[in-house]
Design a protein around this ligand. Structure first.
Ligand code: ADP
Ligand code: MG
Length: 230
């Protein structure tokens, strides 16, 4: 008898998560259902109607966000053997991140310290999705604006990607909890973003660390083994 198990640990987590996901999705849907039902009432003022409508939409958006984040996690890795061109993969996210920065009065600065192309092994799409999740968190931590600095460099330890913000930062209690499923401090958060990041970075044999102080900002550092182009 032969049994091949693929990434067993991950699938165990997926199973446990599936149970809590259905619970987490049901809550906002129940809210939406409730408000839609209230809207049946003929004597509602325009104000109340508007309010119920937006509560219902919020519930549906929240359920949608949870499902989107979860599916990203559960999706099996198609390929983990791309040569991810680090500078290119990061630069092509700018068009997606810039509008968010403008809305939040955040100045985006990107600096690649190695001039020649740097490659790591992995899945370009998942790498970009991870970076996007990390950068979104950084932007969301700066409601009054600030700086988002992304830098890349290489040394004897490999390839480093640093994402630094000047946002609200985290306490010791908070930083210990990031990446746990459903841990969020945001009203409209899912608490699944970093869980997806951790799983993708692990699949690429990378490391992820966070450094933070309340009110001083947060720095996320990713580290990978460098591969030479073939
Ligand atoms: P979500 O963004 O939906 O809350 P995440 O898993 O992306 O879920 O993040 C979990 C929590 O980690 C956030 O709610 C926030 O409290 C904290 N966090 C993550 N990144 C940062 C950051 N750059 N600055 C401050 N807090 C952060
Ligand atoms: Mg997030």
């Amino acid at each position: 008898l032969r049994e091949e198990l693929y990434d067993a640990e991950k699938y165990q987590v997926i199973g446990q998560l599936a149970a809590s996901i259905s619970h987490e999705v049901r809550n906002p849907l129940t809210t939406a259902h409730g408000f839609l039902q209230l809207m049946r009432n003929d004597n509602l003022s325009q104000d109340a109607l508007e309010k119920y409508r937006s509560f219902a939409l919020e519930g549906i958006d929240q359920a949608n966000a949870i499902i989107t984040d979860y599916l990203n996690f559960a999706k099996p890795t198609v390929k983990n053997h791309d040569q991810v061109h680090i500078q290119e993969a990061i630069d092509s996210l700018i068009s997606m991140v810039s509008p968010l920065c403008v809305l939040s009065k955040v100045e985006l600065q990107i600096k690649h310290y190695t001039s020649e192309p740097v490659y790591v092994k992995g899945d370009t799409k998942k790498f970009q999705q991870s970076l996007l999740n990390i950068m979104k968190n950084a932007i969301e931590s700066m409601p009054e604006g600030g700086y988002l600095r992304v830098s890349t460099w290489c040394d004897n330890d490999g390839v480093h990607i640093q994402i630094q913000d000047t946002g609200v930062g985290m306490s010791e209690y908070e930083i210990k909890r990031i990446g746990m499923p459903f841990y969020t401090t945001k009203e409209k958060g899912t608490g699944l973003g970093l869980m997806v990041v951790v799983s993708s970075i692990r699949a690429m044999n990378g490391k992820i660390s966070y450094y933070s102080r309340p009110r001083e900002g947060t720095t996320c550092v990713l580290q990978f083994k460098r591969v030479l182009e073939d």
